[in-house]
Design a protein around this ligand. Sequence first.
Ligand SMILES: *Cc1c(COP(=O)(O)O)cnc(C)c1O
Length: 373
Amino acid sequence: MNKKHKRINVIQPFLPDLKEFIPYLEKIWDSKWLTNNGQFHQQLEKELAEFLGVKHICLFANGTFGLIIALKALEITGEVITTPYSFVATSHSIVWNKATPVFCDIDENNLNIDPEKIEELITNKTTAIMPVHIYGHPCDNERIQTIADRHNLKVIYDAAHAFNVKQNDHSILNWGDLSVLSFHATKVFNTFEGGAIVCHDKDMKRKIDDLKNFGFHSETEVATVGINAKMNEVQAAMGLLQLKYVEDNISKRKKITEYYRKYLKNVEGIKYFSYIPNVTANYSYFPIFVDKNKYGKTRDELYEILKKNNIFPRRYFYPLISQFSSYQNFDSTSKYNLPIANKIAEQVLCLPIYPELDIENVKLISEIIKLKK
Ligand SMILES: *Cc1c(COP(=O)(O)O)cnc(C)c1O
C-alpha cells in the first residue's frame, strides 16, 4: 500500500471557519464577562435543550465533572453497578464519590450493560446503576428502569457518546434520573472541552448548578461543599457555533459509515454494527470486531498493519476498566467473570471517522483491511 497520504487518525475534531468564531469573541471582549453563567452560557443551555429535546441542561467544564457531580447530586454511596466496557471516566466518577464500582458483563448484541446480569449483582449496599450508551447505541433503557424501580436504585447514564441519539423519535437522554454528555474535542459535538448534565426538573437543575459553582446558593449562602466545574464563555460560544453544523456533520458521518459497511461487507472475520431499527444514530464511532480464526490475523496484528500504512485506529475499549491496576483493589464479585466484555475488548478496533474524512480514504482503509498488508 502506498504511504503517500497524510496520517489519518481515528478522529479529527471539527472546527468551523475561524472567521465565524471571531464575532463571538468580540462580544466576549466587549462584555468582559468571561464565565459564571454569562450570556453565551445561558443561550447554549437553552438552545441545546431545545435541539436535543430535553427539559434542562447544566453545562460543565468537561464531561467527567458532569459525571462526578451527577452522582454527588443524587447522593450516591455504597455500590454502583456499571460496565467495564467504557472509558475510564465512567467508573472514576464513582470512585471520586467514594462509592464502589461493581462491574457487570455486557450484552453481546449492543455491547452495553446486560440487564439480564444486573440483578445478581445487587446487594444491600447497591444504590445506583450507571450504564453507558456505548458508541451512542441505546441501552435497554426500559429494562434497566424496571430493575431500578424494583430495587429502589438511581440510574445515571454516561451518555458521552449519545449526543442527539433518538429512539422512536424521542431523545434517549430523557431516560434515568440523570444523563451526562461530553463535548470533548473528539466527540460528535465539541466545545474544545465541555460537558452537560441533562435533568428533568428545576430543583435538580438548581442543585447541580450550585454544586458546580462551589456550592453557592446565593451571594452569602454556601449550603453544600461544591466544586468549580463551570463552562466558560469561550467554550459556550464554540458550542453555539458548532450547533449550526452538527446535523450536517452527523450526515457526513452517516455517509462514511455506509461506505465502510459497503466496502467491508464480504471480508471474512470482520464484523461491524448494522443499522439499528427505530434509532436515529449519531455515527460517533465505527468499531469493527476481528475474529482471528476467520480473519487469519489478530486484532493487534491488523492494528499494526494499519499503523504501518499511516492509519491510526484506536482500540476503544481495551483494556477493560476492570483490568487497570487502579481497579485491582475493588473486590467486586464480578471482576473475574466478564466473559463477553473480555472477548470484545480483544476484538475491537475503532476505524477513523470524522466529518472531513474523504470517502477515498474510507476505501483505502477498507482495502488495507481486505489485503491484510
Ligand atoms: C469522553 C468520555 C467521557 C469523558 O468526557 P470528558 O469530557 O473527556 O471529561 C466519559 N465517558 C465516556 C464513555 C467518554 O467517551
